[in-house]
Design a protein around this ligand. Structure first.
Ligand SMILES: [Zn+2]
Length: 406
């Protein structure tokens, strides 16, 4: 079968790290073959375009398994009463919505066979869409992960309540084809009946999970909302901090030394605390406490240079697939970042954070063909990074939204 070479020329290229000026991007299938500067100053100047090209965005923390229908209903009940086969289709719909908004790589942090099946269908090219990485959760009975299901409901996600059970569950995820593991080192906001301050698992259980995951080549993402939870995550050498609202000054040195990524999930915690979305009184109360603590902690952490990367907790209901653009604008504001620093947190640095260096996150030969044509230069002005300014999105070499400029 002949392989078609596609090109896009005359646009300004921001390659994930810096402005490359007017250039021509070529790709063939899911592979960027070249990024060549305009041949002459004349060529660069003759066709000044209002459009630019940036790498597809990467969200390191999402949850795709919720209803993608117009009336999602009760988000907690829906996964319990909907068969896996049907949920996989909703997962793909959410993933495609993200891609249409410019998010071409998603890491799902509460995976099951539902997301793994959808990810394989996307990998096989059955349906054009983004790349989906899937982490399986290893948590305790009555832990944050366990309490998304009402207490007496009999059909529950697996839990692990001893170091041996933790090892076994990690191995089962590895057998299922999961890309990584999610753990919890504190309680959560939306989980039913727990407290944010609850310890989740013993040090021995966490140690066994991280050791086994690393032995099997999997990254470990740690959900935490408390300072003690960050202590545990750092002690046992996880690979990323999720939420991290409890980060204190005592954590900065280790975070910087290890260049450990933190997904700040700003938008969802704000939305819960402000009750912009329908949540229980208990969840709103927990959300307010978490956000108050977070705002103080994050200003100091960002100034110290802590490595925040795009991670939204989008589930299609509280944070929609496409709200990643708003999250990046919020991150720039909250952390006092330049537009370029914010955009790196959603492209090249997000790729590096989840071990996708050399594959996505940059417009470079040999990388996957994921990119977004935008109106304006969002690395100079992050406020231009809006849905209205997205002209076209190419994911895995295929146009998934809009139309490429002629
Ligand atoms: Zn999450």
């Amino acid at each position: 079968m002949p392989v078609t070479l596609h090109t896009l020329s005359g646009l300004t290229v921001w390659d994930g790290e810096s402005d490359r000026g007017t250039a021509t991007v070529s790709w063939s299938g899911d592979r960027i073959t070249s990024v060549e500067p305009a041949a002459s100053a004349g060529e660069a100047a003759s066709a000044p375009s209002e459009y630019s090209v940036i790498p597809g965005l990467i969200d390191t923390h999402v949850h795709l398994d919720s209803s993608a229908g117009a009336k999602p209903g009760d988000w907690m009940t829906w996964p319990l009463i909907t068969p896996d086969s049907e949920r996989s289709i909703h997962v793909v719909a959410h993933a495609r919505r993200a891609a249409a908004a410019g998010v071409t790589t998603l890491r799902d942090l509460s995976g099951s066979d539902v997301q793994l099946s959808a990810a394989r269908a996307l990998d096989a090219g059955l349906i054009p869409g983004p790349r989906v990485l899937v982490h399986g959760a290893v948590g305790m009975t009555a832990g944050h992960g366990d309490l998304f299901v009402p207490p007496h409901y009999p059909h529950r996600a697996p839990v692990a309540d001893s170091p041996d059970e933790c090892r076994k569950l990690v191995r089962q995820w590895a057998r299922s084809g999961a890309d990584g593991i999610k753990i919890f080192t504190s309680g959560g906001v939306l989980s039913i009946g727990d407290k944010v301050g609850w310890r989740n698992q013993t040090p021995q259980e966490i140690a066994a999970t991280v050791d086994e995951a690393h032995a099997l080549g999997m990254l470990v993402a740690a959900h935490t909302h408390t300072a003690e939870g960050v202590d545990i995550a750092l002690e046992f050498e996880v690979d990323s901090i999720e939420h991290g609202t409890g980060i204190q000054e005592r954590h900065w040195e280790t975070l910087l030394e290890r260049n450990l990524p933190v997904a700040p999930t700003l938008l969802i915690n704000d939305a819960i605390a402000d009750r912009r979305i329908p949540v229980s009184d208990d969840a709103a109360e927990k959300g307010r406490a978490v956000v108050t603590e977070r705002d103080e902690n994050f200003v100091g952490a960002a100034a110290a240079g802590v490595r925040f990367v795009l991670g939204t907790d989008a589930n299609g209901i509280f944070v929609r697939f496409g709200d990643q653009l708003e999250e990046l604008r919020l991150m720039a504001r909250a952390f006092g970042w330049s537009a370029e620093r914010a955009l790196r947190a959603g492209t090249s640095d997000a790729a590096d954070a989840i071990r996708l260096t050399g594959r996505v996150g940059r417009l470079q030969p040999g990388h996957g063909a994921d990119f977004v044509v935008v109106r304006g230069k969002p690395w100079q002005d992050i406020d231009t990074l809006t849905a209205e300014n997205i002209v076209a999105v190419v994911a895995r070499g295929e146009l998934v939204s809009g139309a490429l400029p002629a």
